[in-house]
Design a protein around this ligand. Structure first.
Ligand SMILES: Nc1nc2c(c(=O)[nH]1)N(C=O)[C@@H](CNc1ccc(C(=O)N[C@@H](CCC(=O)O)C(=O)O)cc1)CN2
Ligand SMILES: Nc1nc2c(ncn2[C@@H]2O[C@H](COP(=O)(O)OP(=O)(O)OP(=O)(O)O)[C@@H](O)[C@H]2O)c(=O)[nH]1
Ligand SMILES: [Mg+2]
Length: 443
């Protein structure tokens, strides 16, 4: 079991509203910890006292405040540790979903001895009780925040333990190599066969490389991507943005320099939440406002996950006159493909905002650039924390490969440490705190 942090002692009973703020059909107050069933007995009155009910049951009855006034009627769910989400005794109160009812029910739970839960504290407890590893806890966070199907799919996979398993396979191979090296040190005359030393290590390196290939896609699928459209004035940036969106979001005129301030619009592409950013046309200008817009355009391109560099296909090509981001983050686009082409470039995708020509090709190219060749259907690395630990593990494995047997062991132990950090088996308290800080209260 991971070390229990002093600030997050497990002897408290915690309570929070688990459902979103605002009115809804049903709302939930959740209580977890050693006193959860006592809180339930004080707050809920039904045919039977919650503390006298076996786990996995629900009761119908009334919620009462300390004066005995009925706050609402609803359900009380009883879970007995370790058979609950957190692994502790849990009571859930399912009320009518009004902020007034939920507020009073929470207040009553606090009066009965619970304290307000911190962000992510229910899931933190599930982790501390070994019911989830850190990759699964991060998947819960991603699942709660998922806005698109790609995000949901990755989070569900992670929650199922699929990522933990991929990491576990690597750990097993490294452990096997380490055991072989140990045997060699203990019985040097026997020697270690290749299949015990080099092969598992090569397999670990291969699996980890494959896993790291998914890191970009995993983060893009989870938190979305920013896509900046840049180019010279009149290149057709605003028109293309509108065409991709399917509505007139950005002003289009025949005058160069129409877009000055940047604007953003969201859409979903291959299940990925994408923010399109329209920018001012890049050119030398004496107009202070426009010049500020141009500087902004260059900065926005620098900060985007992917940049579409648009060039008017009906006019002779001219240099953009600005720093373009590195090739891996750029797609070249030849616009106005409905007009006679003034130039050709096999690398540029030809599109027309007027006829819609080339738009599906462009979408496919964007999808490929964002998700790359990460294996579909597999669990991906979805956070920078995970990617960082995986990178360090790979570095140590690669270092071990090229070292003599007696020195390789140290690197492999470091690799195991990084892998244990990835899954949260061996991790600093501040790293755990950072993961759970991002949760909402009630999760
Ligand atoms: N009302 C409600 N809905 C919810 C949750 C919840 O806590 N409450 N969840 C949470 O946020 C998610 C479900 N996660 C859960 C995971 C495990 C257990 C649980 O009690 N597991 C026990 C018993 C299993 C069984 O009866 O078969 C166990 O694993 O031992 C409950 C919820 C989504 N929906
Ligand atoms: N024929 C044709 N004209 C287009 C196409 N796309 C844009 N245009 C025209 O090109 C002109 C400029 O289009 P915009 O979309 O405003 O260009 P922009 O790059 O946003 O320009 P600035 O905001 O000034 O930087 C307008 O007159 C559009 O109608 C296209 O695909 N085909
Ligand atoms: Mg524009």
């Amino acid at each position: 079991m991971p070390g229990v942090s002093s600030r997050t002692g497990l002897s408290d009973t915690i309570a929070a509203i688990a459902t979103a703020p605002g009115s809804a059909g049903v709302g939930i107050v959740r209580v977890s910890g050693p006193g959860a069933l006592a809180v339930a007995d004080g707050l809920f009155q039904g045919r039977r006292a919650p503390s006298r009910t076996s786990g996995g049951r629900f009761l119908f009855g009334s919620f009462l405040d300390e004066a005995g006034e009925v706050l609402d009627e609803g359900l009380c769910l009883v879970f007995r540790g370790p058979h609950s989400y957190t692994g502790e005794d849990v009571a859930e109160f399912q009320t009518h979903g009004s902020p007034a009812v939920l507020g009073r029910a929470l207040e009553a739970a606090l009066r009965l001895g619970a304290r307000p839960a911190r962000p992510g504290e229910f899931t933190l407890r599930a982790y501390l009780h070994g019911r989830l590893d850190l990759t699964q806890a991060e998947a819960v966070l991603n699942l709660v925040q998922a806005q698109t199907d790609a995000a949901r799919r990755q989070a569900t996979l992670g929650l199922s333990g699929a990522l933990r398993e991929r990491v576990g396979n690597v750990t097993r191979q490294v452990t096997r190599t380490l055991a072989a090296l140990q045997a060699l040190l203990d019985y040097p005359e026997e020697g270690v066969p290749e299949e015990d030393r080099a092969e598992p290590l090569a397999q670990a390196e291969h699996d980890l490389t494959e896993l790291l290939r998914s890191a970009h896609a995993g983060q893009v699928a989870t938190r979305g991507a920013r896509l900046a459209l840049i180019g010279r004035p009149n290149a057709g940036k605003s028109s293309l943005l509108n065409a991709l969106l399917g509505y007139e979001r950005s002003i289009v005129t025949p005058l160069p320099g129409t877009t000055r301030d940047y604007l953003e619009a969201g859409l979903e592409l291959a299940g990925v939440p994408v923010t399109l950013v329209d920018t001012a046309g890049i050119r030398e200008t004496g107009d202070q406002i426009e010049a500020a817009g141009v500087r902004q355009a260059v900065a926005l391109a620098g900060a985007a996950d992917l940049v579409l560099v648009l060039e008017d296909g009906s006019l002779p090509r001219e240099d953009l006159g600005a720093e373009v981001p590195p090739a891996g983050r750029v797609l070249k686009v030849r616009t106005k493909a409905d007009l006679p082409a003034a130039w050709h470039d096999p690398e540029a995708i030809a599109v027309s905002a007027v006829t819609g020509q080339g738009l599906s090709e462009l979408r496919a190219a964007v999808e490929a650039a964002l998700l790359g060749d990460a294996a579909r259907g597999e669990a991906w690395l979805t956070t920078e924390r995970q990617a960082d630990a995986a990178r360090r593990a790979l570095g140590h494995i690669q270092a071990a490969r090229d070292l003599p047997d007696d020195l390789a062991g140290y690197e492999l132990e470091e690799a195991l440490r990084a892998l244990a950090e990835l899954t949260g088996q061996d991790v600093q308290e501040d790293v755990v705190d950072a993961v759970f800080r991002n949760f909402c209260v009630g999760k």
